[in-house]
Design a protein around this ligand. Structure first.
Ligand code: ADP
Length: 483
């Protein structure tokens, strides 16, 4: 699938592709090469409110369709997306930078949410409650909430969209989508999938453009009943504050600061491999990726040496080249942030084991060498701030309780991982970790059929699983008197 021309009319309202009313446009860059790829329409409040109006108008018809009808369209979108896997993956890598193999994996994962919610649409059951009153009957029926505003990030520009659209559309809601301005082209390609699958006009609308203006419109507009957001904790808080005026519902997937704990009884080779994959997938730009690694004193040297040996084999470069395993960061700001955390740690006594500086090779892009530091202490920024980049700090511990306490000592609560071959320890530690998602001998917990979501300042609500569709319904309670 091709996006025609250099300038793309990227706003999609009531079934029509259009430019911003202001005529404003913005460039999309390839973060590997800094080439301008395309320019897209840069909309704002006007377009956001028009899109909400279209979604509101489409809601009565869409919500009145049978679950089977909605499900059939989602199946079509699922198949269409997989047919276009290679084309969409290429667009994704070109504007986001991740290696093509990862982009292909993301498209498969993105499609899996459409499949799962095509299935779940038909299983959105209500309840009857045994009544305490002989002349009353009690029911609970799930009904779609209404117009949903979805705001999505650039790190998973495909799967973060379908993880919201799948359940929202399956439940009978209509949607206005606002993707990240770094990666609008993947969003356009996905909206075209829905268009071509035959979703009725107005059911799904796309507004690209000024995040703050569009976000304000979503918060102010009373017809938006729920905002589903994936992004930073700072913007999540802003959306919470702004939604208070209308008591608008929110589903928030925010930042993370995941620990990996490697116990002395771990399968060391597995722990090394998984730590590398967790940290350097998507160049460390994943909210559930390892931010800090706690390794038992007795195995730290072995762990570190094995890890660095394997890391040296990983090729950095343009994600479009098949051999490349680590791509660029999204922008200059991201490079600066990693550099700042490295410098801060080294100034406080960390040892640089590998990497440590920006890298360009033959390219102009936003690259940073995959970096490993040891002798890390709690005072270093990397141990309390989300890095969102390829920096892997190793700290040691002696006691199990100490590792748990360190892992929990953060305002974040998204994902945490532990490696051990001892089943007793695995269960004991898992129960004590204050996180929404735990990986035991696993660092890839996300799956369409499982509830993904954080606690504490990592957010509220779940995406995926049965819980993911419940976010988009109101449970209406009915009390019926009978003679
Ligand atoms: P990141 O730092 O990873 O880019 P952000 O939270 O800034 O995370 O971005 C995630 C999404 O939120 C993007 O679609 C972005 O455009 C959007 N966004 C950024 N600022 C605002 C805002 N003030 N209101 C609404 N959405 C916003």
């Amino acid at each position: 699938m091709e996006l025609d021309g250099r300038l793309v009319n990227s706003i999609f309202i009531n079934g029509e592709w259009q430019a911003a009313a202001s005529g404003n446009i913005k460039d999309v860059y390839n973060p590997s090469t800094m080439e301008k790829i395309k320019a897209f329409s840069y909309g704002g409040k006007t377009e956001a409110n028009e899109a909400v109006e279209a979604a509101k108008a489409a809601f009565p018809l869409w919500s009145a369709k049978t679950a089977r009808e909605r499900s059939t369209l989602l199946y079509k979108a699922y198949h269409t997306m997989l047919e276009r896997k290679e084309a969409i993956a290429t667009i994704l890598t070109t504007e986001q930078g991740k290696p093509l193999a990862e982009a292909r994996g993301e498209i498969e994962s993105a499609a899996s949410y459409l499949l799962w919610y095509a299935e779940e649409a038909n299983r959105l059951y209500g309840e009857t409650i045994p009544s305490s009153h002989p002349h009353k009957r009690f029911f609970v029926i799930p009904q779609p909430i209404g117009v949903i505003a979805a705001i999505t990030p650039w790190n998973f520009p495909a799967s973060m969209i379908t993880r919201k659209l799948g359940p929202a559309l399956a439940a009978g809601c209509t949607v206005v989508l606002k993707p990240a301005s770094q990666t609008p082209l993947t969003a356009i390609a996905i909206v075209k999938v829905f268009e071509d699958a035959g979703f009725p006009k107005g059911v799904l609308n796309l507004v690209t453009g000024d995040a703050a203006a569009i976000g304000d419109a979503f918060m102010e507009n009373e017809d938006v009943r729920l905002i589903t957001f994936t992004g930073s904790t700072a913007v999540g808080k802003l959306l919470m504050r702004g939604s208070a005026a209308n008591v608008k519902k929110l589903s928030l997937e925010l930042g993370g600061h995941a620990p990996i704990i490697v116990f002395a009884d771990a399968d060391l080779d597995l722990a090394v491999k998984m730590s590398l994959l967790s940290k350097f997938r998507n160049c460390g730009q994943t909210c559930i990726c390892a931010n800090r690694i706690y390794v038992h004193d007795s195995i730290e040297k072995d762990f570190r040496e094995k890890l660095i040996k394997q890391l040296k084999l990983m090729k950095l470069g343009n994600g479009l080249e098949e051999q490349v395993e680590i791509g660029p960061l999204i922008d200059e700001h991201a490079v600066r942030k990693v550099k700042e955390q490295v410098d801060d740690a080294l100034s406080k006594g960390a040892i640089l084991e590998y990497g440590g500086k920006a890298w360009n090779g033959e390219l102009q892009g936003h690259f940073f060498e995959p970096t490993v530091i040891s002798n890390v202490t709690d005072e270093m920024k990397v141990m309390s701030e989300e890095t969102f980049g390829p920096l892997l700090p190793i700290q040691t511990f002696d006691q199990e309780a100490e590792a748990i306490a360190k892992a929990n000592d953060t305002q974040y609560g998204l994902a945490a991982y532990l490696f051990t071959e001892n089943i007793h320890r695995a269960l004991r530690v898992m129960e004590k970790l204050e996180y929404g998602i735990i990986g035991i001998n696993d660092v890839f917990p996300a799956a369409a059929e499982a509830p993904f979501g954080g606690i504490k300042q990592s957010g509220q609500g779940k995406e995926g699983g049965r819980e993911g569709i419940i976010e988009f319904v109101e449970m209406k309670y009915v009390s019926m008197g009978i003679k």
